[in-house]
Write a protein that binds this ligand. Structure first.
Ligand code: CMP
Length: 194
């Protein structure tokens, strides 16, 4: 709409010759400046859709782990997530079965901590979520902090809330491929409301 207004000269009234009372005209303030400003505004508006397309709006998968639900921290953790600019577009509180936990963390099945990890994930309810936003995967990983809270930066979820590397309060996907798999394990498409 604004480019159309510019094209018709209605959005830049001081760029044209203005009529004085009585019928004679006065010169524009600066034809060169007006033309340049108009062109810059037009270029910005024309490029805006491209800027929007360039923005990497992603979804990532999030778990608020049993140590978060046990200590009544889900609101405090989600406040940090939302303050980081991420939107919770799907959410449910569930009790993971051992099978579900083993499937979810199957990539770690050969690790010495696998048994302890599965036990901790089924020790209480969890909140599974889908988060959406610009560069959501990295944004969420940044706000979570390092896996081991001892190495997490100040202000991150794990630095503020985690108990230990095993009870580190939150999980987040590490890549677009894993985000897609993890989201599909817990949510049907129609449960995600962006
Ligand atoms: P998460 O981001 O959910 O991904 C895998 C989880 O394994 C990780 O968080 C930790 O909770 C857990 N984990 C990683 N390393 C260890 C470890 N050395 N001991 C116990 N648990 C671990």
């Amino acid at each position: 709409m604004i480019p159309a207004l510019l094209a018709h000269g209605r959005a830049t009234p001081t760029c044209g010759r203005r009529k004085k009372e009585g019928g004679s005209s006065i010169p524009p303030y600066s034809p060169t400046l007006c033309t340049a400003a108009g062109a810059a505004i037009s270029a910005f508006l024309i490029q805006t859709p491209a800027r929007l397309f360039d923005m990497a709006i992603e979804r990532t998968f999030s778990i608020l782990k049993p140590d978060a639900t046990r200590r009544n921290l889900t609101g405090a953790v989600n406040a940090k997530i939302e303050q980081a600019g991420l939107r919770i577009v799907a959410q449910k509180r569930v009790r993971m079965t051992r099978d579900q936990a083993e499937t979810f963390y199957s990539v770690h099945s050969a690790r010495p901590f696998f048994g302890e990890l599965v036990d901790s994930m089924i020790a209480g309810p969890v909140v599974v979520q889908v988060l959406e936003g610009e560069n959501a995967i990295k944004t969420y990983r940044d706000v979570m902090g390092a896996t081991n809270p001892a190495n997490a930066d100040a202000g991150t979820i794990r630095k503020e809330f985690a108990v230990s590397v095993g009870e580190n309060t939150v999980h987040g996907s590490d890549a677009p491929e894993t985000a897609a798999i993890e989201i599909a394990q817990w949510f049907a498409g129609n449960e995600i409301v962006g």
